[in-house]
Each structure stands twice: as C-alpha cells, then as structure tokens.
Ligand binder design. Structure first.
Ligand code: GDD
Length: 392
C-alpha cells in the first residue's frame, strides 16, 4: 500500500492528532520518503496476523454479515458480538450458522457470542466489571456494550491490535480495505498507544434518480465541528483537525484499548476523543506509561465509498444526541460550547429544553478487569459462545 504520511499534526498534552492521510495506491513495493510510505505485503501481513477484528451486529441482513466475514484478511482473528433477536425468529441462530459455515469452508478462526448470554453477565460480575450490566444482571443493549464484550474476548487472545467493523456494509471488499488501512496506521505509528480512525471518501446517497457521492454524513459534520470547538476554546486557535468524530470504523493497539473508557451506544466514538483529551491533555491520568509513550491518532481516508444500511431519521437523532451529549457534559466544555450545542439541537428540533439532553453512561477501561477470571467463568456458564479455531 502506498500511503501519504501526515504532513501536519496537532499536539494536545501527550495526545497527537494527525491530519487526514490519503491512500495513493492499494499495493506498493516497500518505499519510504518524508511524504510517502510504501508498505510491503509482508509488513502488512505481519501486522494483520496480530490483529483481532470485532464485528458488532444487531438484526442486520444476513447477506451483509456474510459478505463482511468473507472480506476479512487472512491472519486476523474474528469476534462477532451479536445482539440480534432470539426466540421464534431466531436471527442469532442464523448468524451462528453463517459463522460455522464460513469457518468450515475457509478454516478462518472465528468466535461468536450473544450479548445477552447469561454467562456473560455472570462473567463480568465475577470479574468486577458491573458497569456494563443492567439490573437483571445481563449486559446492556448497545453497540458500545457489544464492542466492550468483543474487546474483553480479544484481550484474552493475547493479540496486539483490535479493530471494529460494522456488519451492515454493502461493499464487502471495502471491509478488506478498512482492515488494511488500520494495519498501515499501526506500521507508521511511533508509539504502542495508537488509534486509527477512518474517514470515508464518500458516503453515496440516492438523490432523485441518481447516486450522489456525499462527502460528509449528517451527524459527522456536526460532531466534528463541536469536537473542534471543544479544542479551540482551550488553545485559543481555531482548528478543524478532527475529521473522524463518529468513526464507527476504527482500530486501537490493545495497550490503548485497555485504558480507554467507553461511552454507551453510539456516543462511543466521539467519546474516545473526548476521553483522551480529558485524561491525557487536561487531566492527571493514572496511566503513566501511556503518558510517557504518547498517544497518536491517525485519520485515514478510504479509497472505497461507504454504503451501509439506512436506518432512518430516528436513528440519526439518537446518534446526534449521543454524540453531542458527550461533548456537552465533557469537563472540557464551557458555557459557549454548551450554549452552541443546545442551539444546534433546538435548531434541528432534537430537543426543546436542556434537561432533555441526557448524560451518557460511561464504562470504565477494562485494564483492571481480571480477564482470566472472566474467561474461566464465561466458559463454564456461557450458552452461546462458539469458538472455532484453525483446528476445528
Ligand atoms: N452487538 C451489538 N449490540 N451490535 C449492535 C448493536 C447492539 O446493541 N446496535 C447496533 N449494532 C451493530 C449494527 O448491527 C452494526 O453492525 C453496527 O453496530 C453499527 O450500528 P448501526 O446501527 O448500523 O449504525 P450506523 O451504521 O448508522 O452508524 C455507524 O456509523 C457511524 C458513523 O457514521 C456506527 O458505527 C456509528 O457508531 C458511527 O458513529
């Protein structure tokens, strides 16, 4: 892969945010200049073999999940965390069939579990991670909660990198690109605490009778603006460095993923940035090693457009409220930021009064969780965990 190296970065305490980088060519010979990096196949394969791909899924078209699985590069482990319907129309059972068939035919290592598995509830409780549980002792609903389940299982594999891809992707091979871009980011990164966030080149929409290749999603444009404002009010310099506030497609080194806190539902991605800035720029973190090593955030623009399931206006509303609430309630926000957020939400008729903007629940980093204990209890109590390794 031939990748532009970032020409500019902004530094906030020990957090370095790189500007957007473009992919110049999907394949390349090894090559390095101050502006470009050519990554060889061997270099790429090496990082991929140390990566776990987590796929959160909830009631998506099976066809789409199937396509996503087939597109994962060889070498990466896959963990599917499903919160799909059970009961008479058991979508989870169908997903599990797809996973088993995929493994039988390809031999690709893959794990699947249901988010509401009672064994998960017991295992998190025993491991002392109660924040993820509801009053009945089950893992709560939500994409972020599914991601944390995946992360905990990924930590147990001992792999170094973890990444997330959505299951509702209509262009399977774009998933292959996303995962390779994550690997490329880790190859150029200078610290064991790094994150790669993807910026889609285009997000096509059908407008009247033709495809229109939109650059920005509705929510992303607004979230990015407020994240940049949150930074600007502290530095005194206007910035637009953040272009990936809502990057559902992102990856982290396991070292960073372990010390990351997670805001629930769809606020998870903007909160990652807010958390890192709060903790490692304006806060006094307990994670000294990360502070000394520095944290790097790469933002890479994909070659493929992103075409996913359109879930309607209510979904967009939920995502925008979650994202802006994370910024509104940040320790970094001041009256100006809060006032502008409320105005934005009122303008879009999302809320009428301030008290309607709910604070998101935050799940603590999994760093202190006893993952060995978690896995031991899970293996004893799980009803849905299916782990298919190379030998099966
Ligand atoms: N395990 C699990 N549990 N997965 C879930 C849940 C849940 O409760 N809810 C949703 N998912 C899965 C979906 O099936 C999909 O694979 C992925 O999480 C993303 O959810 P979507 O509901 O499809 O979100 P989206 O596609 O509109 O938004 C995506 O892109 C945004 C940026 O544009 C998400 O990745 C957002 O988080 C992101 O901000």
């Amino acid at each position: 892969m031939l990748l532009e190296l970032p020409k500019h970065a902004e530094i906030f305490g020990c957090v370095k945010i790189h500007e957007i980088q473009k992919v110049l060519k999907f394949e390349s010979r090894p090559f390095e200049s101050p502006l470009l990096k050519g990554i060889s196949k061997d270099e790429m394969d090496d990082v991929l073999s140390r990566m776990v791909v987590i796929i959160p899924v909830k009631d998506e078209k099976l066809h789409l999940l199937d396509g996503v699985l087939r597109s994962v590069p060889i070498g990466c482990d896959i963990i599917v965390v499903s919160n799909s319907q059970r009961g008479e129309n058991d979508i989870f059972r169908m997903e599990r069939d797809i996973v088993s068939n995929f493994h039988r035919v390809t031999g690709h290592p893959i794990t699947i579990i249901h988010q509401k598995d009672p064994g998960l509830g017991i295992a998190f409780k025993e491991a002392g991670y109660n924040a993820i549980l509801d009053d009945a002792g089950f893992v709560r609903n939500g994409k972020a909660e599914g991601m944390v389940v995946g992360l905990t299982l990924a930590k147990n594999t001992g792999k170094e990198y973890v990444c997330f891809v959505d299951a509702d992707n209509y262009i399977p091979c774009s998933v292959n690109e996303y995962i390779r871009l994550y690997a490329a980011g880790f190859i150029i990164s200078q610290t064991p605490y790094s994150m790669v966030r993807l910026h889609w080149r285009y997000k096509p929409k059908v407008m009247e009778d033709r495809l229109y290749f939109k650059k920005w999603g509705r929510v992303s444009e607004i979230t990015n603006r407020f994240l940049n404002l949150l930074i600007s009010i502290h530095t005194g310099f206007e910035t637009n460095i953040i272009k990936t506030g809502n990057a559902g497609e992102h990856a982290m080194t396991m070292k960073l993923a372990e010390i990351m806190a997670h805001s629930t539902g769809y606020s998870v991605e903007p909160y990652q940035l807010v958390y890192l800035l709060e903790e490692f720029w304006k806060g006094e973190t307990e994670f000294r090693e990360a502070m000394n090593s520095g944290i790097e955030i790469y933002q890479i623009e994909t070659l493929n457009p992103h075409v996913h399931e359109d879930k309607g206006d209510e979904h967009i509303r939920e995502m925008l409220l979650g994202s802006l609430s994370t910024i509104y309630y940040s320790k970094l926000a001041n009256d100006t930021v809060r006032k502008e957020i409320l105005e934005e939400l009122k303008k879009n008729e999302m809320i009428k009064r301030e008290r309607e903007l709910k604070k998101n629940r935050v799940l603590p980093p999994i760093a202190k969780m006893n993952v060995e204990k978690f896995v031991e209890v899970l293996l004893n109590h799980s009803e849905t965990l299916t782990m298919l390794s190379k030998e099966d």
